[in-house]
Design a protein around this ligand. Structure first.
Ligand code: HEC
Length: 259
């Protein structure tokens, strides 16, 4: 049915490989791959240092990722203190009133009316600059607000900002590495899979950021997808670099047959 259209005969030649590339191309590809690899390691180091210990424990963990995107919603620092170490300083009725205020959004107007009298009476002997203790200052609203916010993780707005930068940026890097990797000589199924993998990983990783904001269980997806990206790039880069410099083509001897 295509006969009327312009068609070409299918090429009978084999695809281009690294050993068909000029020295100039090999130098270009090698430098790019090395730099991209370095950039990836740098990104990992940055990630580690910025996520390390968000949950208060050293090391990058699933909890760190969940706390970053989902937040630590088990409550506010104020409520946990009132139920824990500070419980002795407040009556049960007053505590319920403070908790109610926290759940209703901890507004300044309600603070002046309902909460300040309680705190002035029970807490500021210790919780003020005058006490000399290293504790939050509860003599005014801003000091209390600091321990009264529910931690809901990174905002949707900044998530959208980081996402689009990552999608464009990592997408282009994946294209660059993939364009070099296409010259590798490998079983077709393996090469196709490895070519697609970084893109699938980027998509899953960034989708998982949003999903984690919704449910912290997706922090595992963030880690798995991130690992998948690292692994597939490492393979593409190592295989390419190896084949660029070490793989030779078989010289033609009589039978012309290549796989
Ligand atoms: C006798 C002194 C004293 C009184 C009274 C007192 N606190 Fe504290 N509070 C402390 C000290 C000391 C700490 C820090 C050590 C700790 O966390 O156990 C602290 C810690 C806290 C924290 C934890 C801050 C953080 O970094 O997470 C909160 C919240 C808090 N107090 C709230 C209150 C409230 C509300 C009251 C009044 C109902 C109150 N405290 C009464 C001495 C006091």
């Amino acid at each position: 049915m295509d006969q009327e259209h312009h068609t070409e005969t299918c090429p009978a030649t084999r695809p281009r490989r690294f050993y068909d590339c000029s020295l100039n191309e090999k130098l270009l590809y090698s430098s790019f791959l090395l730099l991209a690899g370095l950039a990836y390691l740098m990104a990992l180091a940055y990630l580690y240092t910025s996520f390390d210990g968000i949950d208060g424990k050293p090391g990058l963990s699933v909890e760190d990722i969940a706390d970053n995107y989902y937040g630590n919603r088990s409550g506010t620092r104020l409520e946990s203190a009132l139920r824990g170490p500070m419980a002795d300083y407040i009556e049960t009725g007053q505590r319920s009133q403070v908790v109610k205020w926290l759940k209703s959004g901890a507004s300044e107007a309600d603070y002046e009316r309902l909460i300040k009298p309680i705190f002035d009476e029970q807490c500021v002997t210790c919780h003020s600059a005058a006490s000399g203790l290293d504790v939050p200052d509860f003599t005014s609203y801003p000091g209390i607000k600091e321990v009264a916010n529910v931690d809901t993780g990174v905002s949707l707005h900044s998530l959208m900002k980081v996402s689009h930068i990552h999608l464009f940026g990592i997408g282009l890097v994946a294209l660059g590495i993939g364009l070099v990797f296409r010259f590798a000589l490998l079983p077709a199924w393996f090469q196709h899979t490895l070519t697609l993998l970084p893109f699938i990983a980027i998509f899953s990783d960034i989708s998982a950021w949003f999903l984690t904001k919704w449910d912290p269980v997706y922090a595992y997806t963030v880690i798995i997808a991130g690992g998948m990206l690292g692994l597939s790039w490492a393979l593409q880069i190592i295989i390419s670099l190896y084949q660029i410099w070490f793989l030779r083509c078989r010289p033609e001897t009589g039978s012309i047959d290549d796989g």
